[in-house]
Design a binder for this molecule. Structure first.
Ligand code: HEM
Length: 154
């Protein structure tokens, strides 16, 4: 399972997503994410996004997906906008794809960053297709969808 996910993810993926939240205007974006592994039980990744409307850089994040025994996983992510997230979750291997479900164990903001109370990522990895959704809660707004995207192997 560990080797399989590392091989399935390794390399660069590109695609498009859309974002929303009750406090902001809906938006669409393009994304490039690269995954790499060195034979240890983790996968490193770097993501960057651009506005589809204007081409301007948007969000960027980097992190490590840690592969643990018995289908458990952890994800640590550092964001350019001053937030660090730690997730715990699980991997499920289905017939033709792998599902990763992750819930935040901690979300920490730098003094100048926005406050985020909880986050969640649902990721489906097919041989050449990666689909994800991202949910979050911020003060006064319950846990709900912020992002959905579909990437293809570049
Ligand atoms: C593909 C990745 C992402 C993109 C393209 C993206 C894009 C955006 C955009 C365009 C906005 C509205 C303008 C702004 O406030 O800057 C926004 C707001 C926001 N995003 Fe994201 N975002 C992404 C990921 C995330 C993640 C991972 C988090 C949390 C860990 C997050 C938290 C927020 C928050 C807290 C707001 C402000 C909501 C408010 O205060 O009203 N975003 N995002």
């Amino acid at each position: 399972m560990t080797v399989c996910l590392q091989d399935m993810l390794g390399g660069t993926w590109k695609g498009e997503g859309r974002g929303s939240y009750p406090t902001i205007q809906d938006f669409t974006y393009t994304e490039t994410t690269s995954f790499a592994h060195v034979g240890k039980p983790w996968i490193s990744f770097n993501q960057s996004t651009k506005s589809k409307e204007s081409g301007a850089p948007l969000h960027s994040e980097s992190g490590f997906l840690r592969l643990l025994p018995e289908g458990k996983i952890e994800l640590v992510v550092a964001h350019a906008f001053g937030i660090v997230e730690i997730y715990t979750g699980s991997i499920q291997e289905l017939e033709d794809h792998i599902v990763l479900e992750l819930r935040s164990a901690a979300v920490v903001s730098s003094p100048s960053a926005k406050v985020v109370e909880s986050t969640e990522r649902l990721i489906e990895v097919y041989p050449d297709l990666l689909r994800y959704s991202f949910l979050m809660a911020i003060p006064d707004y319950p846990h709900q969808l912020h992002l959905e995207a579909e990437l293809k192997r570049a």
